[in-house]
Design a binder for this molecule. Structure first.
Ligand code: GLN
Length: 487
């Protein structure tokens, strides 16, 4: 079954079609990706660990099914990369932290169970900012991930490893997590499609928690069409996640939208998202995308979301509060012994030493800040007030969605920056997500779509993504517009 087709260039959709037509096997597809991982991962550092034997066995099982002409789903045999904060039974799950360096997952995350039912193949686990805290993947305890388009630049974060894997064709698609931009920001920086689903659409069971009221797992893909396929496979109610919702989606609408209906959607342009601080290239590329959509027949409306300016501050009170609580369970005793045995005089001393050595600077910063905003006397002044403003921001979105169906904004005010450029200045790193955070505070779905395909970028040109934000449970709207755009 040898073929000249460069298998690593396939999308989920074209792989599935070729697999059914028996132009190549799932094993060949998986091996082609491991060849590329061997060649390019040492430089890019997208994967923290790979699972070659397991992956090849998964692929072979699909080949047997195809040979017997058994029905297989759209993800059967598809080689995927999984962010290392999502548990895959038997594989490491470090969350890019020293404190989990030795941890091996003892069960599958809800999303992984669904993908196993679909017979997907797991190539390995990808790099991230420690516990998904960061915007560049430089907060990883295991070194930064480099941007495949320019190795001197960051891939973005925190799902930098998953995004770089897809952008460099080291995986056909990937899973990331998005709390305040971690799927969309790196997607914008590297030129992939990345979606943060409606809060509650996808199970968080088996996902190492950062900020539970915001974390969502989402697809990272080469096309919007693939994003729909992967989202459709992972979504759905999970009794093991109390916040996962049983909302019904129309699968047909998600997978094969009626484009005539899609074109009737009204797109809002919130003026607060087009600020002076933006890089001129970002402004220009996003403006061109608006023009292309107008040419396709979409109507636009300028809108205003005046509370946008509070979103970043609100986020950086609520998130550290949740982080300080979620990371309390890592004491260096449970989950895995720390890599280096420490000498301790008593139990408290042991906790202090393990946590002191196990957590990186950003994790410690948020634990301290979060403990502070939750402490009695400050709770009302900070945490409770932040929750009230969060409610205002959500309501403002809901009101705006009475006049428009979807909103279009840039994903980030900048393109991929140089490695090291913001690493010593947490506040400038936080600013990278200023346009990605507000939608999350209200639980709305949002997607990053490259303004142009990688093939159309000049050799030294950096990718830019535009963001579509939809009503809750209306991923079909943002996916539908995205598919029309990419056609
Ligand atoms: N950069 C943001 C943060 O550090 C978002 C991270 C994320 O979405 N996981 O909190």
């Amino acid at each position: 079954m040898m073929t000249k087709e460069p298998l690593h260039n396939l999308t989920l959709a074209s792989f599935h079609e070729g697999l059914l037509a028996k132009r190549f096997s799932a094993l060949e597809m998986t091996q082609a990706h491991f060849d590329r991982i061997e060649a390019h991962n040492p430089e890019i550092n997208a994967y923290l660990s790979v699972a070659r034997n397991e992956a090849e066995r998964q692929a072979e099982a699909v080949d047997v099914a195809v040979a017997r002409d058994e029905a297989v789903g759209p993800l059967a045999g598809a080689p995927l990369a999984i962010k290392d904060c999502i548990l895959v039974k038997g594989l490491p799950a470090t969350a890019a932290s020293k404190i989990l360096e030795e941890y091996v997952a003892s069960y599958d995350a809800g999303v992984i169970g669904r993908l196993k039912d679909e017979q997907a193949v797991f190539l390995g686990k990808t790099n991230l900012d420690e516990f998904a805290m960061g915007g560049s993947t430089e907060n990883s305890a295991f070194g930064p991930t480099k941007n495949p388009r320019d190795l001197t630049r960051v891939a973005g974060g925190s799902s930098g490893g998953s995004v770089a894997a897809v952008a460099a064709h080291l995986a056909v698609a990937a899973l990331g997590t998005d709390t305040g931009g971690s799927i969309r920001l790196p997607s914008s920086f590297c030129g992939t499609v990345g979606m943060s689903p409606t809060y509650g659409a996808v199970s968080r069971s088996g996902v190492i928690a950062m900020a539970s009221s915001l974390d969502q797992v989402g697809p990272i893909t080469k096309t919007v069409e693939d994003a729909a396929v992967l989202f459709n496979a992972i979504r759905g109610h999970d009794p093991l996640d109390a916040t996962s919702a049983a909302t019904a989606y129309d699968e047909r609408e998600l997978l094969s939208p009626d484009f005539k209906k899609t074109k009737q959607l009204v797109i809002g342009l919130p003026k607060e998202y087009f600020t002076d601080g933006m890089e001129p290239e970002v402004r220009l590329e996003v403006a061109k995308s608006v023009e292309r959509l107008k040419a396709l027949g979409f109507s636009f409306k300028e809108i205003s979301l005046p509370h946008t300016k509070y979103a970043l501050s609100v986020y950086y009170i609520i998130v550290p509060a949740e982080v300080s609580s979620n990371l309390a369970r890592f004491d260096g005793i449970r989950y895995a012994a720390p890599a280096k045995a420490v000498h301790a005089d008593n139990l408290t001393d042991l906790y202090f030493k393990n946590r002191g050595a196990g957590f990186g600077a950003e994790a410690k910063r948020r634990i301290i800040l979060g403990t502070f905003v939750l402490s009695s006397g400050y709770y009302d002044a900070y945490y409770e007030k932040a929750q009230r403003v969060r409610a205002l921001i959500r309501r403002e979105f809901e009101d705006a969605f009475k006049g428009v169906d979807v909103m279009l904004t840039p994903v980030a005010p900048m393109r991929a920056f140089k490695i090291g450029a913001r690493a010593d200045d947490p506040l400038s790193m936080y600013l990278a997500d200023v346009l990605a955070i507000p939608a999350k505070l209200g639980g709305f779905p949002a997607i990053s779509i490259p303004t142009k395909p990688a093939a159309e970028l000049a050799p030294d040109e950096l990718p830019v993504g535009f963001q579509l934000i939809g009503r809750k449970w209306r991923e079909a709207d943002i996916l539908g517009i995205g598919r029309l755009y990419e056609k």
